[in-house]
Design a protein around this ligand. Structure first.
Ligand code: ADP
Ligand code: MG
Length: 258
């Protein structure tokens, strides 16, 4: 599906330092609805910190974040960095951003189905029966209908990650954020997770995907952003980057990937 002109997520000039290490040096990004943006970069280039700033797991030192037209209210705190000032808004915005981590992060003491309904029932306060019905449909979609009563430890990494994606979707997020969702998986399990992600992309979901899967970046995303030491070194369509880039750093990065 082609990206529409409506902006789902707008990030302007995000800066973040840890001590005197400036990890993000002013990163901006507009994601239109339906955009699938792959974020590439060497280890330590700031990719995770960027996603963590977007969903307010980290507070940026500077910059602006607008989710579905709503600007995150922040003011400068005593330590100099920005702090969100509206807790309710933070909760709402986090629920609009579905996050999928490298390490799955399912709740181990809950079954798959319980994992899926926990947020919708307890955070969004929606009727349980409705949430169960939706969760079952989502599990069907990610190929886990039969696993609804399994505990995470009894499933493969690929199944756990597909469950984690379904759990994020259960909150009906406006944007999905993926941080290296296949990096912790055995190679033979990577494909099943990528297929689910490709399906979401084809459905027109807005996605930011930190990944080392060059096939996904080239063939599924409609835009690629390459970070180098906390700066956007190259940014454009997959063809612009993979075929025409003038960035020596990007070329070097690509040749270092398998
Ligand atoms: P990437 O995801 O691209 O590998 P990260 O965003 O995880 O990079 O990290 C970027 C840099 O920031 C690294 O040098 C990392 O050590 C540093 N960093 C990340 N989180 C913290 C933290 N909480 N405290 C101190 N340094 C951090
Ligand atoms: Mg990372």
């Amino acid at each position: 599906m082609a990206a529409s002109s409506e902006i789902a997520l707008s990030v302007k000039n995000i800066r973040k330092s840890f001590g005197d290490h400036e990890v993000l040096k002013g990163i901006s990004l507009d994601a239109h609805q339906g955009d699938v943006i792959s974020i590439l970069g060497a280890s330590g280039s700031g990719k995770s910190t960027f996603l963590r700033c977007i969903n307010l797991l980290e507070t940026p030192d500077d910059g602006e974040i607008v989710v579905a037209g709503e600007k995150v209210e922040m003011r400068r705190g005593k330590k100099g960095h920005l702090e969100p000032t509206n807790g309710k808004q933070v909760d709402r915005i986090r629920s609009e951003l579905g996050m999928v981590f490298q390490s799955f992060n399912l709740w181990s003491h809950m079954t798959v189905l319980q994992n899926l309904i926990e947020g919708p029932v307890h955070v969004l306060g929606r009727p349980k029966a409705e949430c169960i019905a939706e969760a079952e449909a989502l599990l069907e979609r990610v190929g886990l209908a039969e696993r609804r009563n399994y505990y995470p430890s009894h499933m493969s990494g690929g199944q756990q990650q597909r469950a984690a994606i379904a759990r994020a979707l259960a909150m009906k997020p406006k944007v999905m954020l993926f941080d290296e969702p296949t990096s912790a998986l055995d190679p033979e399990l990577v494909g099943e997770v990528l297929r689910v992600m490709r399906g979401l992309a084809e459905e027109g979901r807005t996605m930011l995907v930190v990944t080392h899967e060059m096939g996904f970046a080239r063939n599924v995303s409609n835009r690629v952003m390459f970070l180098h030491k906390g700066e956007v070194e190259a940014d454009g369509s997959p063809d612009e980057l993979f075929k025409e880039t003038k960035s020596e750093r990007f070329k070097q990065f690509i040749s270092s990937q398998h």
